[in-house]
Design a protein around this ligand. Structure first.
Ligand SMILES: C[S@@+](CC[C@H](N)C(=O)[O-])C[C@H]1O[C@@H](n2cnc3c(N)ncnc32)[C@H](O)[C@@H]1O
Length: 416
């Protein structure tokens, strides 16, 4: 419980959750999968519950404790809400954790949690008293989604508070879907077919348990993310640019789909290394370059691309259940910053697309400003661009559900 509280405290202090967890794992190489999973589950569930633990604590605390102790109380309250039948164990674990981290505050933690338990029947009304704790999102986020999707906003917010599904992509160069399903079944892993190369697991499992993963027959990739290669639909012999490529999930899928000449660009050198590792595992080849895709002079040789994947940096609001720290770390004004960055990227990349070529614009966002509004402005600026419909619509906004995360896709064709 203390490790989960440390992760929550890192996020409260402004750090990225995934990076903080990776640092924690690096410092504890011997941790078994079960311990990693338990710490992850506790920290991630606590952070998904944005504002709910605070709504309870604010009624019980008379002064602000140090961040780590507040984080510990949030983790304990989340656990108490999830597992009320284990209340005494949860309180004991929280008190022990406090005794280890800040012995002087052990009594306070004990007192607050026992007081909380005595008033458990009030929790629902405390949480329901304001929209932030009721929905478990910051107020600005609720407003943005409500304005953009007046009919779906509540379902959308609720979906972002669930545990995410786990989907796999079968590397069709090395394995068939049927063979992968049979291998999973033999390993006791239940899965169902979602698409030509997509499997959805009944329950998430540790990657190390996946048969064929190390041998490159399978990858872990959300089913929504797998739509990108289907929609860009590269053909053998084409020249393809993956402009924002790391960690390389979609790069690999494009290379599994057709024999293309692919250039993968990535701004962050550390993240770019992950593209190489992914491609090596899957037996795939591409040119990988560390570059700012907007700075054409630094990387473009002037030969146009037939297809471009622009999987641009974004708010990640469509994958918030996988990255719940973004509810805590993002600010409303950040969204305009992402929109500006996205605009620079698509305007630069458009110059490198061949006449008649296709650029797929992708975000994992559910905010209109980064999606449909961004593309409407792009079409205003570029008279030679048109949207190629996706399933009879000009674009496609996938909302997160039990099968996939939230993504936005717009397929743009340059006039020949
Ligand atoms: C949404 S992620 C890409 C995910 C990736 N396509 C995949 O499916 O695995 C966006 C990536 O773009 C990179 N990026 C951001 N700005 C960039 C730029 N100007 N040029 C190249 N890469 C950039 C980020 O570092 C990040 O790795």
């Amino acid at each position: 419980m203390l490790c989960a509280a440390e992760l929550v405290a890192c996020v409260i202090d402004g750090s990225n959750l995934t990076d903080s967890f990776e640092r924690m794992l690096d410092a504890r190489p011997g941790w078994p999968d079960a311990t990693r999973g338990a710490v992850r589950d506790l920290a991630w569930s606590t952070l998904r519950d944005f504002g709910r633990g605070d709504a309870i604590l604010d009624r019980l605390l008379h002064s602000q404790p140090p961040t780590l102790i507040r984080a510990l109380l949030l983790v304990a309250i989340q656990r108490l809400r999830q597992r009320p039948e284990h209340a005494h164990t949860v309180v004991d674990q929280a008190v022990q954790a406090a005794a280890t981290a800040m012995p002087g505050l052990k009594g306070m933690v004990n007192g607050v949690l026992r007081n909380a338990l005595r008033q458990q029947s009030e929790w629902a009304s405390w949480i329901g008293a304001n929209p932030v704790s009721a929905q478990a999102y910051p107020a600005w986020w609720i407003e943005r989604v409500r304005a953009g999707m007046p009919e779906q906003w509540e379902a959308l917010l609720a979906a972002g508070n669930q545990r995410p599904p786990m989907a796999l992509r079968v590397n069709r160069r090395r394995c068939t879907l049927e063979a992968a399903l049979a291998e999973l079944a033999a390993a006791g892993i239940e899965a169902k077919r979602l698409g030509d190369a997509t499997l959805l697991l009944a329950q998430p499992v540790a990657v190390a348990r996946l048969p064929g993963y190390a041998e490159g027959r399978l990858s872990v990739q959300d089913a929504g993310a797998q739509q990108a290669a289907r929609l860009l639909a590269p053909r053998d012999g084409e020249r393809v640019l993956d402009a924002c490529a790391a960690p390389g999930g979609k790069t690999a899928h494009l290379l599994e789909s057709a024999d293309v000449e692919l250039l993968a660009l990535e701004l962050d050198p550390r993240r770019a290394q992950r593209i190489r590792a992914n491609l090596d595992r899957l037996g795939l080849q591409a040119e990988i370059r560390v570059a700012d895709c907007c700075d054409l002079r630094s990387w473009w040789d002037g030969r146009p691309f037939d297809r471009i994947l622009a999987d641009v940096p974004c708010s990640a609001s469509g994958v918030v259940r996988r990255h719940p720290d973004i509810k805590w770390l993002r600010r409303d004004e950040d969204i305009a910053g992402f929109a500006t960055q996205q605009r620079r990227i698509v305007d630069a990349l458009w110059q490198t697309l061949a006449p008649g070529g296709t650029m797929l614009y992708v975000t994992c966002s559910v905010f209109e400003q980064e999606n449909a509004a961004q593309i409407a402005r792009f079409l205003d600026r570029h008279a030679d661009a048109e949207c190629v419909p996706i399933d009879a619509s000009p674009d496609c906004q996938l909302l997160p559900d039990a099968e996939h995360d939230g993504f936005y896709f717009a397929r743009l064709r340059k006039q020949a």
